[in-house]
Structure formats: structure tokens, C-alpha cells
Write a protein that binds this ligand. Structure first.
Ligand SMILES: [Zn+2]
Length: 84
């Protein structure tokens, strides 16, 4: 039996279960490519054989997550553009 897996959107928490395709035989009804259309998967290489995968259901969820990973622009920098 092929392994059941699940993907969770890190932006909104949406969850989807799918069956991993083996590349042989018929494609399962709930194959990842059928269950997760338009999803985005970001791969982060961490070293030999080590990868982190992050799943997102849409570009806006990916953007939200990326913005949360990037440190915010310091207020002092924004102040430089102020009136005073
Ligand atoms: Zn999402």
C-alpha cells in the first residue's frame, strides 16, 4: 500500500491528505498532484540528505509566511522618512 501523507499550509493551517505516487502503475485517486493543485512547496536545503519542506495553499499564504520569517524594518529606519 502506498504511504498516506498530509500537507499542512503554514499560512492558514489548511490540511490535505494525499497518497504518494510511486511513479509506477496507475496514479492514485488522491495523488498529491490531484489533491494539491496550485499549492506551493518550498524546499530548504539543510545539508547532506537533509531538506525541510514547507507547503502553502496559495501565494498569499506563502507571502505571509515569508514576511514572518524576515525581520521587520526597524522603526528608526522608517522614522528617517518622516516629516520631522
Ligand atoms: Zn493557506
Amino acid at each position: 500500500m502506498p504511504e498516506r501523507k498530509s500537507a499542512t499550509c503554514l499560512g492558514c493551517g489548511k490540511k490535505a491528505e494525499y497518497t504518494e505516487c510511486s511513479g509506477w502503475g496507475t496514479v492514485p485517486e488522491d495523488a498529491r498532484c490531484r489533491v494539491l493543485p496550485d499549492w506551493l512547496t518550498v524546499t530548504r536545503w539543510r545539508g547532506m540528505g537533509l531538506v525541510d519542506r514547507y507547503d502553502f495553499c496559495s501565494f498569499s499564504c506563502l507571502q505571509k509566511w515569508v514576511e514572518a520569517q524576515v525581520p521587520g524594518i526597524p522603526d528608526t529606519f522608517l522614522d528617517a522618512f518622516g516629516d520631522g
